[in-house]
Ligand binder design. Structure first.
Ligand code: ADP
Length: 493
C-alpha cells in the first residue's frame, strides 16, 4: 500500500469533505488529473517526490528482507492473490468508470475486457505461485548441484496511461507470485484506478510494504525509481525515448535488471486471397481500437495489388461510419485521446503526412468543440521512409500501402526501427509461415489481431524493447537463479 504521502482523491466541488481535503492537500504537492472529454479537472492527486519513492522503497525493502510475503508458501500467496482478483470483479463498474473518465477509454470495453481480464491475469499467476522450482542438475559427476529460483527482491514498475488496469496487473501479478515486493508508479495522466487497486490489495490481505503505489511525474518519481540504489529490477512499459532514459539511469546507478516494453509501428499484411470484409474489419480495429493508443496498433497496412482497390474503398467507408464521441455512451466506438499533449502530437503528424505528399483518404480533423477527439484518419500512397510510416503516432492514423510480391511486403514490413507485432491475412499456409519467420517482431498474429492471452508471451524485438510480459516468461523476470553445489565423496559414479 502507499505508505506516504496519503493519497487524497477528492471530487473538486461536490465532495462533502472538500474543505478538509483541501487543507490536507495544501500540505503536499499535488497535480490534476483531467477528463479528456472536456479538459475539466476530475481530481487532485498527491504528487510523489523523490523522497516519497525513497520511503516506499524502504517499506518494500523491509517487507522483502523481513516481512512475510517472500516467506509464505506459494499456496498462501495464491490465496491472497485470488481474493484480490475477486475484489476486482466485485468493484468492476467503479473501476471501469475510473479508467474511462481518466483515460478516455470506452466504458463498456473497460467493463467487458480490461477489468475482468486483469482479474484473470492475477488468477493465472496465482496458479503459478506454487509451481516455482529449480532443477537438480546432472548427477553423473563428483558434485551434487541444483538450482533455486529466488525472488529478485524489490521491483520498480513504471506504467503508461493507455491501459491503466492491464498494465498494472501485467506487472504486479507475476511479481507478487514470485514473492517480490514492489513500488509502482502509474502514469501521471491516469493515476485513479491504481490508487483504488492499492486499496483493494490491502483489503485482500497483501501485507504492508509489499505493493506500494506512488503517483507522480515521470521525470521526478519515475526517474527516482530507475536510479534508485536499492531497487533490484525495473520493469517499464512506455515510449522508446523514455525506455532509453530508464536503461541509462539503471546503468548509472546499481545496474538493476531492466525490462522494457516500448513503442511499435506494426505492419498488417493482407494478401490477395484474403476475405476482404474480414480483412477491412481487422485493419480498422487494428488501428482504431483504444483510439490508436496501443503499442501494437496496426499503423501500417500493406495490401496486395489484386484486392487493393476494393479494400481501400471498403476501409474508407467503414472509417467514415465509425462513431467518435462520449466514451460513456454504449454506441460510441472511439473516445477522446488521453490528453492535450497527445491530441496535438497526433494532429501535427497528420499535418506532416499531408506535407510529405501522402494522400489523405479520410479524416484528419478534430471532432466537436471541446475535449480531445480526432477523426479516424487514413493516408494512402505511403513511402516507407515517410515520417508517418516510421514514427509511432499513437493515435487513429493509418498508413496504407499497395504491394506486388511477398518479398516486397516483407521488406517494407521490416523497414522500421521497431519490432513489436505484425499481422498477416491469408489462407495460404506457405505464405503465412514464410512471412511469420521473416518478420522481425515478437508477436505474429495470423488471420487475427490483438490476440492476447495470459499464457502467450508478449514483447519486442529491436527498439521495441526486451523482456516478455505474460506467460511464465514474465514470472521469470522476477526470479533469479541460484546454483548450489556440494561435493559428493565416495560416489559410485
Ligand atoms: P508518454 O510520453 O506517451 O507519456 P512515457 O514513456 O513518457 O510516454 O510514459 C510512460 C511512463 O513513463 C509514465 O508513467 C511516465 O510518468 C514515465 N516516465 C516518463 N519519463 C520518465 C523518466 N525520465 N524516467 C522514468 N519514468 C518516466
Amino acid at each position: 500500500m502507499a505508505q506516504h504521502p496519503p493519497s487524497p482523491m477528492s471530487l473538486p466541488s461536490s465532495s462533502p469533505n472538500y474543505s478538509s481535503m483541501e487543507i490536507l492537500l495544501n500540505q503536499f504537492q499535488s497535480f490534476e488529473t483531467i477528463d479528456p472529454r472536456t479538459g475539466d479537472v476530475i481530481a487532485r492527486i498527491s504528487e510523489g517526490t523523490k523522497e516519497d519513492i525513497d520511503i516506499a522503497v524502504k517499506a518494500a525493502r523491509r517487507a522483502f528482507d523481513s516481512g512475510p510475503w517472500p516467506r509464505l508458501s506459494g499456496t498462501e500467496r495464491a490465496k491472497i492473490m485470488m481474493k484480490f482478483a475477486n475484489l476486482i470483479d466485485e468493484n468492476i463498474e467503479e473501476l471501469a468508470a475510473l479508467d474511462a473518465i481518466d483515460a478516455g477509454k470506452l466504458y463498456h470495453m473497460c467493463k467487458a475486457l480490461d477489468i475482468p481480464s486483469a482479474a484473470n491475469t492475477l488468477r493465472y499467476y496465482a496458479g503459478a505461485a506454487d509451481k516455482i522450482h529449480g532443477n537438480v542438475l546432472k548427477p553423473s559427476r563428483q558434485f551434487h548441484a541444483y538450482t533455486l529460483m529466488e525472488p529478485i527482491g524489490v521491483v520498480g514498475h513504471i506504467i503508461p496511461w493507455n491501459f491503466p488496469t492491464s498494465m498494472f496487473f501485467v506487472k504486479v501479478s507475476p511479481c507478487l507470485a514470485a514473492g517480490c515486493t514492489m513500488v509502482l508508479k502509474p502514469a501521471e495522466q491516469t493515476p485513479l484506478s491504481a490508487l483504488f487497486y492499492a486499496h483493494l490489495a490491502k483489503l485482500a490481505g497483501i501485507p504492508d510494504g509489499v505493493l506500494n503505489v506512488v503517483p507522480g511525474f515521470g521525470e521526478i518519481a519515475g526517474a527516482a525509481i530507475s536510479s534508485h540504489m536499492d531497487i533490484d529490477a525495473v520493469s517499464f512499459t512506455g515510449s522508446t525515448q523514455t525506455g532509453r532514459k530508464i536503461m541509462e539511469a539503471a546503468a548509472k546507478s546499481n545496474l538493476k535488471q531492466v525490462s522494457l516494453e516500448l513503442g511499435g509501428k506494426s505492419p498488417l499484411i493482407i494478401f490477395d486471397d484474403a476475405d476482404i470484409e474480414k480483412a477491412t474489419e481487422l485493419a480498422l480495429i487494428g488501428i482504431l481500437f483504444n483510439k490508436g493508443e496501443v503499442c501494437v496498433a496496426s499503423s501500417r497496412v500493406f495490401v496486395q495489388e489484386g484486392i487493393y482497390g476494393e479494400f481501400e474503398k471498403k476501409l474508407v467507408e467503414k472509417a467514415k461510419a465509425w462513431v467518435v464521441g462520449d466514451n460513456f455512451d454504449h454506441n460510441v466506438q472511439q473516445g477522446p485521446q488521453v490528453d492535450k499533449k497527445q491530441f496535438e502530437k497526433i494532429l501535427s503528424y497528420i499535418e506532416h503526412g499531408k506535407r510529405e505528399g501522402a494522400t489523405l483518404l479520410t479524416g484528419g480533423k478534430t471532432v466537436g468543440n471541446k475535449g480531445y477527439f480526432i477523426e479516424p484518419t487514413i493516408f494512402s500512397n505511403i513511402k516507407d521512409d515517410m515520417l508517418i510510416a516510421q514514427d509511432e503516432i499513437f493515435g487513429p492514423v493509418l498508413a496504407l500501402k499497395k504491394f506486388k510480391t511477398i518479398e516486397e511486403a516483407i521488406k517494407s514490413a521490416n523497414n522500421t526501427r521497431y519490432g513489436l507485432a505484425a499481422g498477416i491475412v491469408t489462407k495460404n499456409l506457405d505464405i503465412a509461415n514464410t512471412v511469420s519467420r521473416s518478420i522481425r517482431a515478437g508477436n505474429i498474429w495470423i488471420n487475427c489481431y490483438f490476440a492476447f492471452e495470459d499464457d502467450i508471451p508478449f514483447g519486442g524485438y529491436k527498439m521495441s524493447g526486451f523482456g516478455r510480459e505474460y506467460g511464465l516468461e514474465a514470472l521469470h523476470k522476477y526470479l533469479q537463479v541460484k546454483s548450489v553445489v556440494t561435493p559428493i565423496y565416495n560416489s559410485p559414479w
